[in-house]
Design a protein around this ligand. Structure first.
Ligand SMILES: CC(C)(COP(=O)(O)OP(=O)(O)OC[C@H]1O[C@@H](n2cnc3c(N)ncnc32)[C@H](O)[C@@H]1OP(=O)(O)O)[C@@H](O)C(=O)NCCC(=O)NCCS
Length: 211
């Protein structure tokens, strides 16, 4: 399938959100062996959940974007059967409400001669269906999330008067995915550390919001 057959957006309904959660479990628990009781947490209630869809609108990729700094604790785990619940964790919000919440939570991370750099977002739980990897799907999904964030933050009160506005996207990458994030312009920061028993490294990228 060529790249033109895929598109990505914030999950628009419960069916997409449910498929996104199921894909997370398939990749991180069944394939990679992470603890399934640590897959979902209260951050899923405030995340913008992105999905990558194929030509038949089947969910083939997932990531979650969180406003940064994180407004709530990161380690409040939810049971993995959230996938089977009628009311899905994180469901029931419009995309506009999510964008407004991201804008409202922004802080100025740094002032520059030209304007401000906002605290931005944290990207995570990125996974592409195994049979579709290496075809550009991950890149489409990450770029869609960056573009959505840039558009959402134009209205951030913290950047109201600034002519030039940038925002930071940060993430904690499995060491095995380093080359992927570097191909998208992310720069490594600091030392390798263990997260859920696996080596990880922090990455950041500055995206342009205005100016
Ligand atoms: C990591 C992952 C999301 C990448 O998605 P993908 O669709 O396979 O990646 P893409 O095809 O968009 O690749 C984009 C670039 O990254 C490179 N890349 C992707 N995966 C790579 C890997 N494992 N090793 C080296 N380079 C890699 C590609 O070569 C490509 O470079 P190019 O544009 O110069 O050709 C996917 O492999 C995946 O779901 N892995 C399992 C879950 C996981 O580990 N998630 C990461 C959590 S931090």
């Amino acid at each position: 399938m060529s790249k033109t057959h895929f598109h990505a957006h914030v999950a628009q309904n419960d069916a997409e959100l449910k498929a996104a959660y199921q894909l997370r479990l398939n990749v991180f628990q069944l394939e990679q062996g992470y603890n399934e009781e640590h897959e979902f947490d209260t951050l899923d209630t405030i995340a913008a959940p992105f999905v990558l869809l194929d030509a038949q609108n089947a969910v083939q990729g997932v990531l979650r974007l969180l406003p940064y700094p994180l407004p709530i604790a990161a380690d409040d785990f939810l049971p993995s059967d959230v996938v089977d619940k009628e009311i899905l964790v994180g469901g029931g919000r419009t995309v506009l409400e999510m964008a407004e919440a991201f804008a409202a939570m922004q802080q100025v991370r740094q002032r520059t001669e030209r304007g401000v750099i906002l605290s931005g977002a944290k990207l995570g739980r990125l996974a592409i269906s195994k049979q579709l990897r290496g075809q550009g799907c991950g890149s489409i999904l990450v770029r869609a999330a960056e573009a959505w964030l840039a558009a959402a933050l134009v209205k951030a009160p913290a950047a109201e008067k600034a002519q030039h506005v940038e925002a930071v996207v940060q993430l904690s990458s499995q060491v095995i995915a380093k080359a992927f994030y570097e191909s998208l312009g992310y720069a490594p920061e600091g030392e390798v550390y263990l997260e859920e028993g696996q080596p990880h490294i922090r990455y950041t990228k500055r995206i342009q919001v205005r100016g």
